[in-house]
Write a protein that binds this ligand. Sequence first.
Ligand SMILES: Cc1ncc(C[n+]2csc(CCOP(=O)(O)OP(=O)(O)O)c2C)c(N)n1
Ligand code: SF4
Length: 305
Amino acid sequence: MTTTAQGNQETAYCDYLLRPGNTNCAGCGMSIALQWVDQALEGEKPTLVIPACCGIVTAGAFPTSAYGAPTAAATFASSPALATGISTIAALNEETQPVICWAGDGGTYDIGLATISAAAERNENMIYICYDNEIYGNTGGQRSSATPAGVVTSTTTSGKGERKKDIMAIMAGHHIPYAATLSVAHRDDFIRKIKRARATKGFRFLLILSPCPTGWKSEPEDSTELISMAVRSGLFPLYEIFDGVRYCINKRPDGLAIDEYINRQRRYRAVAGDPTSLQAFIKDQWHHLEGMVKAFPATDEDGDR
Ligand SMILES: Cc1ncc(C[n+]2csc(CCOP(=O)(O)OP(=O)(O)O)c2C)c(N)n1
Ligand code: SF4
């Protein structure tokens, strides 16, 4: 905080978690998400651990940094292992700041999955946040296992054949205390989930669908509207999983046609006009989710939703 000439307290740029001058593209979901994480933490500064991804390019060149918090750069395969060490040492020193792994889908769904699984199984004390832009953005937009079926990437030039991996189900299988999906178009829900994760101990997993105009071939000013459409059409459900077993849906689809979403992104050009495979994916996804909520609903003890 700084004091102005008029005696008012205001947040100095250097105090923001994401500072001005960072390298994120216009309309990048990371820029919104990092600011909302900062606001949800109400000034508390986390220790960030970031593997190879756009999120570590964002920091810029040493000795300057676009992050207003201690930040450790990790290899793809080791970010939860490094965060485990940092979190353990912090606890020994009686430090209370949250340790946050901030990683893309390539580092989460693919290359880092083994160490994420190991840290989750040990219930290490960290918040793991995946900003999922559904491609390897930093290296030119290759497919990842988070890329939805039909999407054109630099390695799936006629549209990806396989469906998006269900990372939430994988994390639920580790019985971690808290897992949730977050949208950069639903601020109240987003802030509540960050606070909830902050208040929980152990391994917490948060998945953010993160617009990437560069890779999605979309307009930067459309970013939040696209995420709103992903939620409204049912493509990206907002939900929470407690202890890996109890489910809670935070928002249900309102019937928006998936065409509205895909027609605004040239990455979907291979399936524009025939979204049947995406519609089938949405149907199957909701069938599974509704079944889980019915069989294993969250309880009052799981808190406000
Ligand atoms: C072991 C390893 N393989 C490949 C790379 C090259 N590489 C750097 S960033 C990146 C893409 C990361 O994608 P993602 O994690 O989805 O984050 P994004 O770039 O989309 O932000 C790749 C493949 C690397 N640094 N290390
Ligand atoms: S390539 Fe995508 S994820 Fe990377 S900074 Fe640009 S918009 Fe953000």
